[in-house]
Design a protein around this ligand. Sequence first.
Ligand SMILES: N[C@@H](CCC(=O)N[C@@H](CS)C(=O)NCC(=O)O)C(=O)O
Length: 268
Amino acid sequence: MIRFYYGSGSPFSWRVQLVLEEKGLAYEPVLLSFEKGEHKSPAHLARSPHGKVPALEDDGVSLYESSAIVEYLEERYPRTPLLPPDPAERARVRIEETAKASERLGFADHFHLDYRDGELPDDLDLRAAIVRRVRELRPEVVLCPDPTAVFFGDAYFNHRDHRVTGWATLDAVAPAAGNPHYFPDQIVDGLAVHHVRAVYLSGTLEPNCWVDISDVLERKIDALFCHASQLTETGDWFREFLRDRAEEAGRAAGVRYAEGFRRLTFGS
Ligand SMILES: N[C@@H](CCC(=O)N[C@@H](CS)C(=O)NCC(=O)O)C(=O)O
């Protein structure tokens, strides 16, 4: 029988517990009291050398670190996989999640460029695809990740796909979309050049503009939570963390909740 060591109110423990429940595995939960210091006892330190929860024992295997435990459970007990094993089915789940998020946000439309996770190349094809969308949709404002935001603190750096998306979108917006000498085949196809008025860069370390999101913060969080198969962090604490971040930006903007962007405006 699996033995699951956890602490009260511990989000890293929830992560493992959600997986145990989702996979329908039988397990014995063992609550360690933080107040009594049970997570620092010699017995627990033997399982989890940093004296943290969660930890898991299973058939002679002893593990700590929630993400390692989740990976172990997924591979050791594949009968109820967290995601469909078939890549096409997995892709379908992701597409459905995006559709749900888009609906929650009230988007008029959304589309996929069908690149695989972690494999987005900053090449001519990607720029051409974005330029084509810009020339078709003719937006006033384009939003994309800030590709210059690389290091967030000393424990996280920006995912490569985000950085590539940011650079490719910026290069597509200006000068490409507005210049007939870039991707002239699209002009031959009947598309006209388009000049975007502003780009808002999200996830930036250098915000110069704040948008009041007080009325829509919960909707934003709900939309994020629609991407369930992509989230390793779930639960109320994560919702609270997102609120805290918006509150911090709100202080800079003088409103309750805000989101900071680096805004670039072109022309007059
Ligand atoms: N990276 C670890 C983090 C575990 C962790 O920080 N656990 C917290 C509870 S959420 C803990 O045991 N804290 C007690 C302590 O650090 O003394 C994981 O993913 O399992």
